[in-house]
Design a protein around this ligand. Structure first.
Ligand code: SAM
Length: 212
């Protein structure tokens, strides 16, 4: 997702109280940042933040951090937060490659990856958020019993993501190639913006839940 460059979006982000501006300085201090002891769930590539904010409304007992690479997209999430502020949500504008600079070992309870960019060329495989290189980054910041939940309608990307698990030392708790027809995994499912768009076109949604 890359919206047209919005003039001044970086400046608007700089002034937003919903964005953590020097996230490296928060490493190991996320409980202080939120002012409480609640679990920390992180969505990487949150886009305009619909899933993150719906989850935060449903789970006030959890703190949520949304990571997004592009200012123009993050700005949309900020605008939604301005309409309906949520005390348990913070945003970071960054490339997830640097995630180890922002969270201390074991600081994160759960990671969500929703409709990640596919990077279809083989030579770009390591940029995929489900690659073994990214799984190694998540391994460092996730709690021992932490989990990752990934959804996509891209079946090639999903097959790749499943293949990466063993090499990276992860195992699947649950896998479905058609989430919306899986009564167990679909219970309580919170749709993302892309999920709604692609399932309306008839695309089945794939999902895994993994642990080490
Ligand atoms: N998760 C949302 C959803 O399901 O509706 C948005 C999906 S969109 C296809 C993927 C988003 O991930 C884009 O907004 C993109 O900018 C962001 N993204 C991709 N790679 C990223 C990275 N390395 N770090 C941070 N954000 C990233």
């Amino acid at each position: 997702m890359r919206l047209r460059n919005i003039t001044g979006s970086r400046e608007m982000i700089k002034e937003s109280p919903f964005v953590v501006h020097e996230p490296e300085e928060r490493k190991g201090k996320w409980k202080e940042t939120f002012g409480n002891d609640r679990p920390l769930f992180v969505e990487i590539g949150m886009g305009k933040g619909r899933f993150l904010m719906d989850m935060a409304r449903l789970h006030p007992e959890v703190n949520f951090v949304g990571i997004e690479k592009y200012s123009s997209v993050l700005l949309r999430a900020i605008q939604k937060m301005e309409e309906d502020p949520l005390a348990n949500v913070k945003f970071i504008r960054m490339d997830a490659e640097e995630i180890g600079e922002v969270f201390a070992p074991g600081e994160v309870d759960r990671i969500y990856l929703n409709f990640s960019d596919p990077w279809p060329k083989d030579r770009h495989a390591k940029r995929r958020l489900e690659s073994r290189q990214f799984l190694a980054r998540y391994d460092r910041i996730l709690k021992k019993d932490g989990r990752i939940e990934f959804k996509t309608d891209n079946r090639e990307l999903f097959a790749f993501a499943l293949e990466e698990l063993e090499a990276a030392g992860w195992s699947a708790d649950a896998v479905t190639w058609d989430l919306h027809r899986d009564p167990v995994l679909n219970e309580g499912n919170v749709m993302t913006e892309y999920e709604e768009r692609f399932s309306a076109l008839g695309n089945p949604i794939c999902k895994y839940i993994i642990r080490r």
